[in-house]
Design a protein around this ligand. Structure first.
Ligand code: NAD
Length: 407
């Protein structure tokens, strides 16, 4: 008889309590979503069974969003979907098409805001054999923590000529004696102490738990002193105040430790965002966990994904305090919908992140090993096959079977 599933819970101290038969809501997604979700579910279930036999199993619960939800309920993101994710705390989703139209808030953005998933987490690690534009892609192994709720993404923008834009231009002229050109569009870039602290705290905790070497604060504080510069300063402040005996700053390493990181200490440093784009390409081995405001994170996450094989290979998660939604980082690729063709790796690797988040390390390792071996044997989907010499092109579902066979 199938075991009854139960909810993932949370202690007052913030620890997850994961039952052996957790109920986990999933959104299969639009376009190619159903194809990659089917492949992902198959691989994740296989890994849990391979790692734990019958003692653990995910009880999947479908919740709807996007096209499917709109056709059934008239809403792109029904309240019931949000409530179920809130109740079960951990969910996984395929890509959702953003309906085009004036004033429409993307479903993805709404999910993040409603559940206060304030960190977008993207591990970027090279898998041997994946086509890459880098000379030594094996050096790339970074985890980006991108702030998800503030910065120029806060939605505080006013069109040129609007009354708000005109009023702000007037206010700046009157109070600051600064001229903003007439007929300018205006955007605000809020970055708060609260938002910075909780993001940097999550990145440092992760780095300590995973025994990573460093956390780099990536900012543009030389130009935007009170937003990006503040992010840098508050980041260091959080590191010192909350993790003082576990960290060392780059400045302290130079000044007090002869340029050597004391053993067991996590290095905290910072880089300007423009320089960082060079660093990730020229000296990737020197960087590890990166924490940054929203816009920098948007750019750097995609640049890093390209370095290790593109968005089809890059997993991601949006994480808040006690809630997490794991997701494919690419879009719904509608032109391939229903063709059983596209690469499910992004969603499968998001499933690996989910297992790690749940503490199911053995299942996470099995999936990653299976994927690594399938790629090493050059049995891959079209997007990789066309760039690999001597590869066998597989359908999305066949690729999932191959991964299972390699576990
Ligand atoms: P897209 O990522 O869907 O597709 C662009 C191209 O990338 C595809 O035509 C395909 O060639 C390739 N591609 C994407 N995923 C692939 C995969 N798994 N395997 C192989 N090749 C793959 O980007 P788009 O066309 O700009 O966006 C389509 C829709 O998805 C839009 O509505 C967009 O808003 C939405 N979107 C959603 C998310 C999300 O849900 N997180 C993210 C980005 C875009």
């Amino acid at each position: 008889m199938a075991k009854q599933g139960s909810n993932i819970d949370h202690t007052k101290e913030g620890e997850l309590i994961v039952p052996n038969f957790p109920i986990i809501p999933f959104i299969e997604g639009d376009g190619t979503g159903p194809d990659i979700w089917r492949a992902t579910q198959f691989v994740l279930d296989g890994a849990v069974s391979g790692a734990y036999g019958e003692t653990r199993k995910i009880q999947w619960m479908e919740v709807i969003a996007g096209d499917k939800a709109f056709h059934r309920t008239g809403s792109w993101l029904p309240e019931e979907t949000l409530e179920r994710i809130r109740a079960h705390r951990v969910a996984i989703k395929g890509p959702l098409t953003t309906p085009v139209g004036e004033g429409f808030r993307s479903i993805n953005v709404t999910l993040r805001q409603e559940l206060d998933l304030y960190a977008c987490v993207r591990p970027v690690k090279y898998i041997n054999g994946v086509p890459s534009p880098m000379r030594q892609p094996g050096d790339v192994d970074m985890v980006v923590f991108r702030e998800n709720t503030e910065d120029v993404y806060a939605g505080l923008e006013w069109e040129a000529g609007s009354s708000m834009a005109e009023r702000i231009i007037e206010l700046v002229r009157a109070e600051e004696e600064q001229e903003i050109r007439a007929y300018s569009g205006i955007g605000l870039k809020p970055i708060s102490l609260f938002g910075t602290r909780r993001l940097v705290r999550m990145a440092i905790r992760y780095a300590l738990e995973q025994e990573r070497r460093s956390v780099t604060l990536v900012h543009k504080g030389n130009i935007m002193k009170f937003t990006e510069g503040a992010f840098r300063n508050w980041g260091y402040q959080t590191a010192r105040e909350e993790f003082g005996d576990q960290i060392v700053t780059e400045e302290e390493v130079g000044r007090d430790h002869n340029g050597r990181i004391p053993s067991g200490k996590l290095l905290i440093n910072d880089r300007l965002a423009d320089a960082m784009f060079q660093q990730i390409i020229l000296r990737p081995a020197e960087y590890d966990v990166l924490a940054m405001p929203n816009l920098n994170g948007d750019y750097i996450s995609d640049a890093l994904a390209a370095m290790v094989g593109g968005l089809g290979m890059a997993p991601g998660a949006n994480i808040g305090d006690g809630f997490a939604v794991f997701e494919a980082t690419h879009g719904s690729a509608p032109k391939y919908a229903g063709q059983d063709k596209v690469n499910p790796s992004s969603l499968i690797l998001s499933g690996v992140m989910m297992f790690e988040y749940l503490g199911w390390k053995e299942a996470a390792d099995l999936v990653r090993e299976g994927l690594v071996r399938a790629i090493a044997q050059k049995k891959v989907t079209y997007d990789l096959a066309r760039q690999m010499e001597g590869a066998t092109e597989l359908r999305c579902s066949q690729f999932a079977e191959e991964i299972m066979g390699c576990m």
